[in-house]
Design a protein around this ligand. Sequence first.
Ligand code: NDP
Length: 292
Amino acid sequence: MSATILDGAATARTIRDEVAAAVAALRQAGGPPPGLAVVLVGEDPASRVYVAQKHKACQEAGFHSEVITLPGTASEAHVLAEIARLNADPAIHGILVQVPLPSQIDQSRVMHAIDPRKDVDGFHPVNVGKLTMGDDTFFPCTPLGCLELLKRYRIPIQGKRALVIGRSNIVGKPVALLLLREHATVTIGHSRTVDLPGEVARADIVVAALGKPRFVQGAWIKEGAVVLDVGINQVPHPDQPGKTRLVGDVDFETARERAAFITPVPGGAGPMTIAMLLQNTLKARHLLVGAR
Ligand code: NDP
């Protein structure tokens, strides 16, 4: 068997176009566009790239988009003051603080300061609690993107055995809770899991989010399983000395021979994250100002 590729890039494009059409209709009706503010503290090059991508996606979708750039020396009080200002700004419906933050700033205190109604990343404890209780809320973008990809490809989740490898607060745990919400039977694997290959072999759906290049072997995977590879790892390029390339947490070439569906890296789960950020911000705008 050679798996069907779950094309996250194309699916994300479709969703971004849908969001842009909804925003165009809002503008035509005289309503305010969704507004997203991204707070970037410091000079981390990867963070700068991510923030620029988010800003561009917002502009393409017709959003009001602000990037608040603070120096790496900014105090926690300064960041908290910016959050308070954005919480009170009626043109802003979503607030995202790019992590990592410099060491003088308590990340958790900053996340807690965001108005939960504007927490489009879904990291505020109120929204984490709602997700845990099965309520509707803002779900974290990367996990939500995984679920959306399954839904867009009409892949059944209910009753399936799902294995999530990784238990971080930003990927593993929320993916597991979202799969549970869709009535999968969920197992969470982590670094102390005994016999991970055995757990993978039992799973109908495998979500790999452990941050280890090509760790999950094709031979472990059940014939006909669905494989979502969230990992993003830079490894030396095999043909171009001195260059790197991106690979996931799954050994794609062997896994595609056993899976029924699989996400590539890049172009799978990754592009869905920004699409979900736009969707969450549109939702926040509707909840704050009404659907018109
Ligand atoms: P973390 O490092 O926070 O968590 C990794 C998890 O994997 C931990 O729970 C850890 O277990 C588990 N783990 C590590 N080694 C093993 C192992 N050998 N066997 C089983 N479990 C293991 O990573 P993140 O959740 O932040 O990210 C995971 C991956 O997803 C990364 O590659 C990251 O780059 C990518 N990512 C992609 C995004 C996107 O597509 N937009 C967004 C965010 C992340 P333990 O808890 O026991 O230590």
